[in-house]
Design a protein around this ligand. Structure first.
Ligand code: TYM
Length: 347
């Protein structure tokens, strides 16, 4: 990596173990970008406190996420792996950007609406006993996309590889970059989203109309990178499929299509070509083969993860170096932004 290469920035939240959605939709593609880009891979702990959480678990999950990143192929010698709260500038830039963000734009964001709908439902279930009601919509949840825009613009990223669920957030980020450039003068690159064709939206194993998510209450819906092989098999074998038993890619068959997409993302054959191999066979055959494939792909990741977790000193050294490199770029951007915003130099 060198300063003259394009900057790639992307991040994941340490809100729990990483899923195969995170891996296939995002991390797997990041690993292919190391050679010709200056890559910044963040673990966004400040985003993770917008939902209910336990501080000690957040600390553990953050370190575990570093080890999972590296185990998935993100080489710290060829990239900068950092924790968001270690770098001064993310929240500072978010504040400046929030002052050019219309409130209505944030209230209309799909993820905000989904999350608040969910919280409102929880709140209703407590409504007969106010003393138990801990549920409220914090303003961090509303501000989340502005902080995400700051994560990206702080490094003046050219490209942001993400899954399809982040598209709307990226659009807001691009709008904010343009708005800032227009209001003050050219400062930010307007970053391009990079959404891979394959794996961009891995769906729940139990409800293929919904995205596979770390926080799904039904744990059978989500395959985690660190799931035990037995659990992987069990979850795949019990995945929801569709009424007719023909194996094909079709909008009417979201369950089997999702399994074929997962298969395809792991072995790089097209879902249609995989479906052809199962003519005359049943869902059980496909599921069993898919379970073997997923286990064989995740086993080396899990082994490497265990080695890394036994070497905390190494993980800390990766984060120290990552934060130092990220901070250099972050201060450079922040100085520029503060000057343009009219803040007096510090004496
Ligand atoms: P997060 O932590 O939910 O997910 C990390 C990455 O994984 C992708 N992803 C998926 N891709 C395909 N199928 C799925 N089921 C699936 N689930 C997750 C996400 O699209 C993402 O690329 N807001 C972000 C974190 C963030 C960020 C940033 C990302 C904060 N600041 C700056 C990029 C740049 C998020 O919650 O990702």
């Amino acid at each position: 990596m060198s300063d003259s290469q394009p900057v790639i920035l992307t991040c994941a939240q340490p809100t729990g173990g990483l899923t195969i959605g995170n891996y296939l939709g995002a991390i797997k593609n990041w690993a292919d970008m190391l050679e010709s880009n200056n890559c910044f891979f963040g673990i966004v702990d400040q985003h993770a406190i917008t939902v209910d959480y336990t501080p000690s678990e957040l600390r553990q999950n953050t370190l575990s996420c570093v080890a999972q990143y590296i185990a998935c192929g993100l080489d710290p010698e060829k990239s900068n792996i950092f924790v968001q709260s270690h770098v001064t500038g993310h929240t500072e830039l978010a504040w400046v950007l929030s002052c050019i963000t219309p409130l209505g734009e944030l209230q209309r964001m799909t993820q905000f609406k989904d999350k608040t709908k969910h919280l409102n439902k929880e709140d209703e279930s407590h409504s007969d006993d106010d003393s138990q009601s801990k549920v409220f919509i914090n303003s961090g949840l509303l501000m989340y996309p502005v902080l995400m825009a700051a994560d990206i613009l702080l490094y003046n990223a050219h490209s942001v590889p993400v899954g399809a669920d982040q598209k709307q957030h990226l659009e807001l980020c691009r709008n904010l970059a343009q708005r800032f450039n227009h209001k003050y003068s050219d400062t930010f690159n307007v970053p391009e989203p990079y959404i891979a064709k394959q794996g961009q939206r891995i769906m729940s194993l139990q409800d293929p109309s919904r995205k596979m998510s770390k926080s799904d209450v039904n744990q059978n819906a989500t395959l985690f990178l660190l799931d035990d092989p037995k659990i992987i098999r069990k979850k795949i074998m019990s995945a929801v499929t569709d009424s007719s038993s023909k194996i094909e890619v079709s909008e009417d068959k979201p369950g089997v299509t999702n399994l074929l997409n997962i298969y395809s993302s792991f072995n790089n054959e097209s879902p249609e070509a995989i479906a052809e191999k199962y003519i005359g066979k049943g869902y059980g055959d496909l599921k069993s083969d898919l379970a073997d494939l997923v286990v064989s792909k995740l086993s080396p990741v899990q082994e490497r993860y265990q080695e890394l977790m036994n070497d905390k000193k190494y993980l800390e050294s990766v984060l120290k170096q990552g934060a130092e490199n990220a901070q250099k770029l972050a201060f450079k951007t922040l100085r520029k932004v503060y000057k343009k915003a009219g803040f007096l130099n510090r004496f």
